[in-house]
Design a protein around this ligand. Structure first.
Ligand SMILES: [Zn+2]
Length: 213
């Protein structure tokens, strides 16, 4: 349900021009709606949205959510823009790609590291920075860690068609640290194995040992 601007009585909102920013394939970020949402949250918790410290908060809130969610509707495989034949047949492992994302159940952060291994098909690899971009893009949308792990593996399969891929995410969820059960430091590990790294027990074990600490 839309809340009319006049109900909020936030003067600077009225003068704003409507701005909808296109992000991914069809996904749009509605800045005005985000702005109103920020003001509504403050109002709902009993705050005075006109007081000095909060006056600009709805605008900051809107800009922040636009930045945090630019990956909505964007295919992460589109980040793998180049592949090249390097000749090597061994596992390629990239560890400790840091990320932060938003838990889609609470809209608070979960932060951690991604570790990726893949077995090139006929020596076809991609730039290491492309893998980091895949992680970054999948993080820039409301997420659950299990699905994010799957989306990274899936993007790599579609992007470079390797013989196998393994992804491990290790993250702390603020919805567990700050609220509810309040267990700071608890870590959640998720893994996805595909292709040969799923089917071949030895390959799977080797990949997992390289991904783990
Ligand atoms: Zn959560």
């Amino acid at each position: 349900m839309d809340v009319s601007l006049s109900e909020l009585k936030v003067p600077e909102l009225k003068s704003r021009t409507r701005s909808v920013t296109k992000t991914g394939s069809g996904a749009r970020v509605d800045q005005d709606k985000l702005h109103r949402a920020g003001a509504l949250i403050l109002e709902a918790i009993g705050e005075n949205v006109f007081r000095e410290g909060l006056r600009e908060t709805p605008a900051r809130f809107a800009r922040m959510f636009q930045e945090l969610c630019y990956g909505v509707g964007v295919d992460a495989a589109s980040e793998i823009t180049c592949t090249f034949k390097e000749g090597g047949e061994g596992l390629v492992v990239v560890r400790d790609i840091s990320f932060n994302s938003l838990c889609e159940h609470h809209l608070v952060p979960f932060i951690g590291t991604a570790h990726i291994a893949y077995l090139p098909r006929e020596g076809v690899v991609t730039g290491l920075s492309k893998l980091a971009r895949v992680v970054e893009l999948t993080a820039r949308r409301p997420q659950v860690q299990e699905r994010m792990t799957e989306e990274i593996a899936d993007a790599i399969v579609r992007g470079i068609d390797p013989l196998g891929v393994a992804v491990l995410l290790d993250a702390e969820h603020f919805c567990m640290s700050m609220r509810g059960i309040k267990k700071p430091g608890a870590r959640t590990l998720t893994t996805v194995f595909k292709g040969l790294l799923a089917e071949d027990k030895d390959q799977r074990r080797e990949a997992l040992s390289l991904l783990k600490d």
